[in-house]
Design a protein around this ligand. Structure first.
Ligand SMILES: Nc1ncnc2c1ncn2[C@@H]1O[C@H](COP(=O)(O)OP(=O)(O)OP(=O)(O)O)[C@@H](O)[C@H]1O
Length: 311
């Protein structure tokens, strides 16, 4: 990462006695979507709330465009837009009234408010609902209004806390598309506990678990990391476990209660199925089923936590 618009250094936060996050470090580049992945209670909202100046950290520093958020909170907050987990919508206002109000509190010059409102409505696809009361919008459209208020003052960084939570599959796709569009002009940090969400949207990923950063790299590196390393097979005429364990690249084999066998392998998954099929044919094992096993998010969290968590 060459330049960054956000720098988070040794960030820790304690609610009363318990540490919610501990020693979090990362930077955010000026364009694109960075995904903050973590299970419920991992510390995503705490991190985002501190970044956005809603919460004061116990330890560590946050710089937005070089501005220390603790020393100059107002200046720092001008650089960012925030959609918290519970969108701060005034349900008794209509879309125009609400966005006009947001433009004013975000110090958009009075002469430019109408234009700014029209621009974000257009960008977020809500122009046709200008006079609709927020209380009468669907979940997906409420979320679009929430995103519109976060970008109305042209911030460098937009922080979205679980923006697709509670939406139906179509709404999720639409909000993802909107997030990608927004990230063409600025940086977007968004959090989720759903792995496929970051896989679909982000180039970079930061993963926290139990308040600690357990993974920080590109989505590509993450996908490589979570490549399957076991395969399930069903053989009508199976050999002994020892024979299977001696196959090339197979590190161990275990019998399953349903009659299947799990083979753990090292190296690339690409050649493994071919090798097993060939071995089955030449030895008459009668392979009836073969499938690569994918790790669940829980397993990935556990693996990464054990691997990277500082003592
Ligand atoms: N106001 C609070 N007082 C005490 N503990 C809190 C408070 N807010 C959060 N916590 C605790 O801090 C930890 C991190 O919570 P946080 O909300 O940051 O996680 P999260 O990853 O955003 O989870 P979720 O997706 O469920 O919102 C959790 O153990 C949570 O119970």
């Amino acid at each position: 990462m060459t330049t960054s618009i956000v720098k988070i250094e040794n960030l820790s936060h304690r609610y009363s006695l318990d540490w919610a996050i501990r020693d979090i470090n990362f930077e955010i580049s000026p364009r694109g979507v960075l995904g903050l992945l973590g299970s419920n209670g991992a510390g995503k909202s705490t991190t985002m709330n501190i970044l956005c100046g809603v919460l004061n950290q116990t330890e560590g520093n946050v710089f937005i465009d070089g501005i220390d958020t603790r020393l100059h909170p107002e200046q720092a907050k001008r650089k960012l837009g925030f959609l918290p987990q519970h969108a701060p919508l005034h349900l008794d206002l209509n879309v125009d009234e609400y966005l006009t109000y947001c433009a004013h509190i975000r110090d958009v010059p009075a002469k430019k408010v109408r234009m700014a409102v029209a621009e974000v409505k257009n960008k977020c696809g809500i122009s046709h609902f200008s006079k609709r009361l927020l209380s009468n919008l669907s979940g997906g459209y409420k979320q679009r209004v929430g995103i519109a208020q976060a970008i109305i003052h042209h911030p460098l960084l937009v922080v979205l806390d679980e923006p697709t939570n509670g939406l139906d599959p179509n709404q999720i796709l639409e909000v993802r598309k909107l997030i990608k569009e927004i990230s063409e002009e600025r940086s977007v940090l968004f959090s989720t506990h759903i792995l496929s969400e970051v896989q679909a949207t982000c180039k970079e990923i930061r993963m926290i678990e139990g308040g600690r950063m357990v993974f920080a790299d590109t989505m590509e590196a993450f996908n490589n990391y979570i490549m399957p390393n076991s395969v399930l097979i069903y053989l009508n005429n199976p050999p002994s476990i020892e024979t299977l364990s001696r196959l090339p690249d197979i590190t161990s084999a275990e019998p399953l209660s349903d009659g299947g066998l799990r083979l753990h392998f090292k190296g690339s998954q690409k050649n493994i199925s071919g090798m097993i099929i060939e071995a089955s044919i030449s030895n008459g094992w009668q392979l009836s089923e073969i499938m690569l096993e994918k790790s669940s998010l829980d397993e990935i969290f556990a693996q990464l936590s054990n691997h990277k968590k500082p003592a």
